[in-house]
Design a binder for this molecule. Sequence first.
Ligand code: ADP
Ligand code: MG
Ligand code: MG
Length: 255
Amino acid sequence: MATLEITDLHVSVTTEDGPKEILKGVTLTINSGETHAIMGPNGSGKSTLAYSIAGHPKYTVTSGTVTLDGEDVLAMSVDERARAGLFLAMQYPVEVPGVTVSNFLRTAKTAVDGEAPKLRHWVKDVRNAMDELRMDPAFAERNVNEGFSGGEKKRHEILQMELLKPKFAILDETDSGLDVDALRIVSEGVNRAKAGTDAGVLLITHYTRILRYITPDQVHVFVDGRIAEQGGAELADRLEAEGYDRFLTTGEPAT
Ligand code: ADP
Ligand code: MG
Ligand code: MG
């Protein structure tokens, strides 16, 4: 079993007015096989957490730790994080001119595993995964992210997760911009990937609807860079009914 442990994480970004603290002490532990939902209003720091774990250069960790089975993730390069078993979809959000999805996936798989995948199995694995995500085989020959629709980007993310088989996957707003059918297909992909590898998943979302398909073991509510409340799946149901208002109007994190 693997453990990803975030302890009292403080993160700042550089703005025109100087450094601004976004994460103000976030602590959470996620084990293999668990799904943790990070929920919260816009601007509460959810993506900042994802980018910080990914090692995005814009985000400076000012204190706190992130460890994977005791290893210091924050000391690792972005590549080392991937090899250690962290999958961070937002690591590759940009267009990669002239690189096809097919080549990109094989290069990423080779980088993560330290050896090239056996071609015959690999071609079959890619085809099966694309099939299950209802992706047109022609998609494999398109250039990465070039003209991808919102839904295609999300499917491409989950395709990567299924093929790279990470220990932990951090999925930021995987549900945004998906219609109901696409949401179900993408969610099933996450569940398949989880079942196949016992991965832990940090599922970042503003909305509760994806949690109807992917049941969280724990829900953490972010408000102003801190976890204001945590609970089980029932907390998501409560948020669906009540929204985030009670966190925002009191000005005080609920206990
Ligand atoms: P969420 O994902 O919960 O919507 P974010 O982590 O994207 O929240 O943003 C949290 C806060 O940090 C917001 O107020 C946002 O404006 C600010 N922020 C995030 N990234 C930057 C940045 N690169 N420069 C300036 N401010 C930023
Ligand atoms: Mg603190
Ligand atoms: Mg965000």
